[in-house]
Structure formats: structure tokens, C-alpha cells
Design a protein around this ligand. Structure first.
Ligand code: ADP
Length: 268
């Protein structure tokens, strides 16, 4: 790994020599590089749909002006591109919000079972549109933790949306909740929310990088399914804020399981 040092020379009053200090600037350089990469990524992600929109507007003014069927088709594509930009901006705002308050631990009482049931109901229509069956497990009994309900709903939503959109028609996605008295990762009582799919699975090479912003295994497939590449980065930050763990297990060709392990126990 490359390191960057900054050296400074200063005269020392009353002494013949100079004082030389060395400062390790590696972390700052890396942070600067990450910021530049992020801005480049965001610009690219916004520019692609914008370029498409401008192209379609020109076509609507010109060749497609008198062709009602073509006009309707182009308007559909334009709506899809505009919605993609809207989703991207919403995800960017969510990401900056959760990054900003990652250090503050949420303390409100949340029943994860009720939250999981409500999220599943919200996603039933998406599952139906994609020909996927959404199965619920272990969410009849309450499972209370200290948390932020809006953010935890976002975690469940992002994981379920991925499982649904990356699985083929006819697949099942299981949303399940389990309580553990002594979870080995947290060394204490935990509630585990997991989403299991029978989709394409993920090569182990990619797993450590999935929570990076804009990291996608197949960009074309992600975009085609309306992905922004930010969903799992948002999940990771929210899980960190709750002092939990995100565990990703997958077998290529068989499917994946994304588990969120959250500390159970009294609020406060
Ligand atoms: P995206 O908006 O692209 O879905 P995410 O951050 O949610 O962004 O996910 C990052 C990448 O991880 C996706 O582009 C996809 O390649 C992969 N991925 C996420 N969930 C699944 C899943 N359930 N099955 C297979 N691949 C997945």
C-alpha cells in the first residue's frame, strides 16, 4: 500500500538546527480520492439518463412528431429514465443522511416483527409483478429492539427489492425473523432478519465489495432492473448505526441470503 508523507521544516528559536516533522497524509489522500471517485460516479449516473432524455426530446420534435405510436413509446422510455434519476437522487439523500448520523445509536422501541410484516405487504405487488412468491417466517411473535423504524424499514425494503429483482419468475423469496439468546457475532441476544432467494447467487469474489457505493456485478442488469447501485451501501450504514452486522452468504447458481443481525434487549 502506498503511503503519503508531508515533511515540514521549522527553525527552533535559540537552537542552531531545524525541527523536521513528518505527517502521514495517506488517510487524507485516500479520503480525497474517494470523494473524487464518488462525484465522478454520481455525475456519470445522472448524465446517462439525461443524455437519453435530451435525445428523445429531439426525436419527438423531429422524426416522431407525426407518429402517435412512436411518441407514446418514447414518452414511456422518457418516464423510465426520469424515474431512475428520481430514485438515484432519493438514494443519494438517504445515504448522506445515514452517513451523517452513523455515530448516534437509535434508541426508540421498534417491533421488528410488525415492521417486517408491513414491509412484506408493501412489497407484495412488486413480487407479484415479477412472478415471485414472498414467503414470511417467524414474524407472528413481537421482536423488540432499540432502533429507528424508518431506517430499518429501508433495510428490509432494499434487501427484499434486490431478492425480488434478481430472482427469475416462479422463484420464492423468504423473509424471516429469528431470535437468538446468544449470537456468536454480537456475543449476546440478537434478532436476525434475513432475506433468502433462489436467484443467480453471487461469486465469493464480489461479496466483500457489494456494500461499496455503485458497486454492481452486472451494471447492465442492475440498470435494467431499476437499480441505483446504492441500496446495499445504505443498508450497511444503517446496520452499523444499530451496532449490528450484515452477513452475506451465497452460492452461485443456487441463491443468496442477506442477514441483518441486530442486538436485542432493553431500549436505552
Ligand atoms: P443495485 O441498485 O444495483 O441493486 P445494490 O447496492 O442494492 O445496488 O446491490 C449491489 C449489487 O449486488 C447489485 O448490482 C447486484 O449485482 C448484487 N446483488 C444484490 N442483491 C443481490 C441478490 N439478491 N442476488 C444477486 N445479486 C445481488
Amino acid at each position: 500500500r502506498e503511503t503519503t508523507w508531508q515533511a515540514r521544516c521549522r527553525p527552533v528559536p535559540g537552537e542552531a538546527g531545524v525541527l523536521v516533522t513528518f505527517e502521514d497524509r495517506t488517510a487524507m489522500e485516500e479520503a480525497g480520492q474517494m470523494r473524487r471517485d464518488f462525484v465522478a460516479n454520481v455525475s456519470h449516473e445522472l448524465k446517462t439518463p439525461l443524455t437519453a432524455l435530451i435525445g428523445f426530446i429531439e426525436t419527438l420534435r423531429g422524426a416522431a412528431k407525426d407518429d402517435a405510436a412512436a411518441r407514446a413509446r418514447f414518452l414511456d422510455v422518457m418516464e423510465r429514465e426520469a424515474r431512475r434519476m428520481n430514485r438515484l437522487v432519493s438514494d443519494l439523500l438517504s445515504l448522506s443522511r445515514v452517513e451523517a448520523d452513523e455515530r448516534v445509536r437509535p434508541t426508540r422501541r421498534v417491533d421488528l416483527a410488525a415492521l417486517a410484516r408491513a414491509t412484506a405487504v408493501t412489497l407484495d405487488p412488486l413480487a407479484a409483478d415479477n412472478g415471485v412468491t414472498l414467503v414470511r417466517e417467524g414474524m407472528d411473535e413481537p421482536a423488540e429492539i432499540a432502533g429507528d423504524a424508518d431506517q430499518l424499514s429501508q433495510v428490509a425494503t432494499n434487501l427484499l427489492e434486490n431478492a425480488i429483482k434478481y430472482s427469475g419468475r416462479g422463484a420464492s423469496v423468504v423473509l424471516s425473523l429469528a431470535r437468538e439468546d446468544d449470537n456468536p457475532r454480537l456475543r449476546g441476544p440478537a434478532v436476525v432478519l434475513s432475506v433468502t432467494d433462489t436467484g443467480p447467487g453471487i461469486d465469493s469474489l464480489h461479496i466483500p465489495r457489494l456494500t461499496e457505493r455503485f458497486y454492481r456485478i452486472d451494471s447492465h442488469r442492475s440498470r435494467e432492473r431499476g437499480g441505483t447501485g446504492l441500496g446495499l451501501a445504505i443498508v450497511k450504514h444503517i446496520v452499523n448505526r444499530h451496532r449490528g452486522r450484515l452477513v452475506i452468504e451465497s452460492t452461485p447458481g443456487q441463491g443468496s441470503r442477506f442477514s441483518v443481525v441486530l442486538p436485542a434487549g432493553p431500549v436505552g
